[in-house]
Design a protein around this ligand. Structure first.
Ligand code: SAM
Ligand code: SF4
Length: 338
């Protein structure tokens, strides 16, 4: 019989290709106070509350995964910090033995109020999404966001003393693709890192992805003209490649999901706010964990068996193709978690 060891165990999540999964990304809500044009349609429909994992279910799931050898957890969404009582979950996860890193991806709108509590709960690092430093443009991209609030939240996070803060930026042709250098300079001035994420065809939005796509290769070329960039050995185990800006503390990451280079070392799985365990961001292979959570409230064994079994169907790699008329994957990033 399988030995389901408690927390702090050796890795047990190993897929068919021998890749060890030690990192989960959990979306705790599909809701958001922003409506970023690349992420959501303007009239986005959100899930009924009873179809979304409760915070207790989220905590139970994370505990089970940590027991199976996961040592890094990213909380994301939707906007995780707009979920009521989200801090309780951060505190619960922050207490787990065996977890090395608790990290968060947020749009920053709630950080003025929550940064210190997040730090105290045990959050190590924060990614804050900022696509423009121009207030009007920021509003246009996010449809509802207030840049000044987000920048104040970023400063509150710097003051709170997280081990790492990184800006995430999605560049779109004809919208904010002239801001790459300004965003990098901002990160240098703040002594934080920045990553450029290529737009991914996740869910149907109000524009054709191919018309706005900016390749990271072009952005890197442009930045090379303005900064001395040294290849960095930093490796997050994901699709990002890093460059160090010479004579600064800032690293620039390029998250290029359209390249396949990273799939062979993929160490992560994603759990949606509906409890679906997706084995790859760009494929539909999944295991539904919500029915097991609800059918067996006091017995983790069926859940553990399903998670172990899911390793058989972790795909070799994604299947993104921007030229397709329909998105490769119909679900939105806000469901799956970025
Ligand atoms: N609301 C939080 C935020 O914006 O940071 C967390 C969730 S959001 C889905 C996570 C990340 O996914 C953000 O950095 C966002 O820019 C990125 N994202 C959303 N949709 C995307 C898409 N279609 N292609 C590439 N990145 C996307
Ligand atoms: Fe909300 Fe983040 Fe999606 Fe923007 S990218 S709409 S902030 S979930």
């Amino acid at each position: 019989m399988t030995d389901f060891r408690p927390q702090n165990s050796t890795p047990q999540l190993i897929d068919q290709l021998g890749r060890t999964v030690d990192y989960i990304r959990l979306s705790i809500t599909d809701r958001c106070d922003f409506r970023c044009v690349y992420c959501m349609a303007e009239d986005m429909m959100f899930l009924p509350r009873d179809e979304v994992l409760s915070l207790e279910e989220c905590a139970r799931l994370v505990k089970v995964f940590v027991g199976l050898g996961v040592n890094k957890v990213r909380i994301t969404g939707g906007e995780p910090l707009v979920r009521k009582n989200a801090m309780w979950l951060f505190e619960e996860i922050g207490r787990l033995q065996g977890l090395k890193e608790l990290v968060l991806t947020t749009n920053g709108s709630q950080l003025v109020q929550q940064a210190v509590a997040l730090k105290n709960a045990g959050v190590n690092r924060i990614n804050i999404s900022i696509d423009s430093l121009k207030a009007e443009r920021f509003k246009k991209i996010t449809r509802t966001g207030d840049l000044n609030k987000v920048l104040a939240g970023l400063q509150a996070s710097i003051d709170a003393g997280f081990a790492g803060i990184k800006i995430n930026s999605v560049l779109m042709r004809g919208s904010n693709d002239d801001e790459a250098a300004d965003l990098v300079q901002f990160a240098i001035d703040k002594k934080i890192d920045i990553s450029f994420i290529e737009e991914m065809p996740l869910g149907e939005v109000d524009h054709a992805r191919v018309s706005t796509f900016v390749s990271n290769a072009d952005t890197l070329k442009l930045l090379h003209n303005q900064y001395s960039l040294l290849p960095s050995t930093h490796n997050s185990g994901g699709p990002a490649r890093y460059w160090q800006v010479a004579d600064t503390s800032t690293k620039i990451g390029f998250i290029s999901p359209h390249s396949h280079n990273f799939c062979e070392s993929c160490n992560r799985v994603r759990i949606t706010c509906k409890g679906e365990l997706f084995l790859c961001l760009g494929q539909d292979n999944k295991a539904d964990l919500m029915p097991l959570l609800r059918e067996y409230p006091n017995d983790d064994a069926p859940l553990i068996a399903a998670i172990l079994d899911s390793m058989r169907v972790k795909p070799k790699g994604h299947d993104f193709d921007l030229r397709r008329a329909r998105p490769a994957v119909v679900r939105f990033m806000s469901h799956t978690g970025g």
